[in-house]
Design a protein around this ligand. Structure first.
Ligand code: TRP
Length: 329
């Protein structure tokens, strides 16, 4: 039997190429080797304020992007978290086994809670428990996530082990497929910060669906330095970030790239990089605009995904309820 993979993205804003490289880009390869579940984490998205209309649009967008990136709904299960009620049900049981202390040490909680201090909601605090429920429901072996989710994955492992020890073997203990450091894409205007679509400066990030001209313009405006030295190091963080992007989109090594551009102006490199990014995303972009027009098809994919997911999720949840002591229905 092939291993099980689970990953999810939140429908909470437009995706940047950083989001893409850290997740969706790798999904297609996983699909051919494993039994995959790719999810739209709408329940997670409401832990911070959202417009209902925007959640609806972004959720549909994500399904279209999954398909456009080559995911096949006959092979992978593509679905929306809120369509499968077992996620919230298992999260409740796991909440009752999670320690406040451990949850309050989560880096992401600490960061997010500092930002929206006036009205901290409990969902933000138990967010990683819901994520653990997502993962454990499907007896997941492998979880591809960015470095920022590593701590949450640890919690999922802890909870699986804690439950298995307290009751009996119930959950597979998942492993992470953690993104590489070079896969982490930084802000184009400030390479000390992670690239983020919520940055007020539109030129600081590239969106997955940006057109060719926009991509090239943003790359040409990206900060570098005045050292006129094409190299890969921490003194030249802007350039390093651009080289990382080149690596991610071309699969060339940094040595090959340095050799190629050593005696060139930064602007030559930037032009090539803009073209490379745009070309690499062209197919996805075109297919996305096709899929997003066909709402009926997207609904069919989601429905089929939800059915398959709930069947499996329910098997796990039934076991959990029984072991905890809930009467069978
Ligand atoms: N928290 C993840 C993120 O923001 C999204 C997510 C939700 C997830 N559930 C998951 C990722 C389960 C992997 C597995 O990136």
């Amino acid at each position: 039997m092939s291993k099980i993979v689970y990953s999810a993205l939140q429908p909470s804003g437009k995706l940047t190429i950083g989001n893409y490289l850290g997740s969706i880009k790798n999904f297609k390869k996983l699909q051919d080797e494993y039994e995959c579940f790719f999810n739209v984490a709408d329940l997670h998205s409401i832990t911070v304020p959202q417009e209902p209309k925007s959640i609806r649009e972004r959720s549909l967008d994500l399904i279209a992007i999954f398909l456009a990136s080559g995911l096949d709904p006959e092979k992978s299960t593509l679905f929306v978290q809120s369509h499968v009620s077992q996620h919230a049900s298992l999260a409740w049981v796991l909440n009752c086994m999670s320690y406040m202390g451990q949850l309050s040490r989560m880096t992401q909680f600490k960061e997010k809670s500092q930002k929206s201090e006036e009205n901290l909601n409990a969902g933000l605090f138990t967010y990683p428990v819901l994520m653990a429920a997502d993962i454990l429901l499907y007896q997941t072996d492998l979880v591809p996530v960015g470095v920022d989710q590593k701590q949450h994955l640890e919690l999922a492992r802890d909870l699986a082990i804690r439950f298995n020890n307290k009751y009996s073997q119930t959950f597979t203990v998942p492993e992470g497929i953690i993104g590489k450091e070079t896969g982490k894409i930084m802000n184009l205007k400030n390479p000390e910060k992670k690239m983020s679509k919520s940055d007020p400066d539109q030129n600081s990030f590239i969106l997955l669906l940006d057109d060719e001209e926009t991509i090239k313009r943003k790359i040409s405006k990206a900060v570098t330095d005045s050292m006129a030295n094409f190299d890969y190091n921490d003194e030249q963080k802007g350039l390093k970030n651009l080289i990382n992007m080149y690596i991610a989109f071309s699969n060339k090594t940094k040595e090959e790239i340095i050799l190629k551009y050593k005696n060139e102006n930064y602007s030559v490199f930037k032009e090539d990089l803009g073209q490379l990014i745009s070309d690499s995303l062209k197919d996805l972009r075109e297919k996305y605009f096709e899929y997003i027009k066909d709402k009926q098809y997207l609904e069919k994919v989601m429905e089929q995904g939800a059915q398959k997911a709930s069947y499996i999720a329910n098997k796990t949840l039934r076991k959990v309820y029984k072991k905890v002591g809930f009467l069978p229905r």
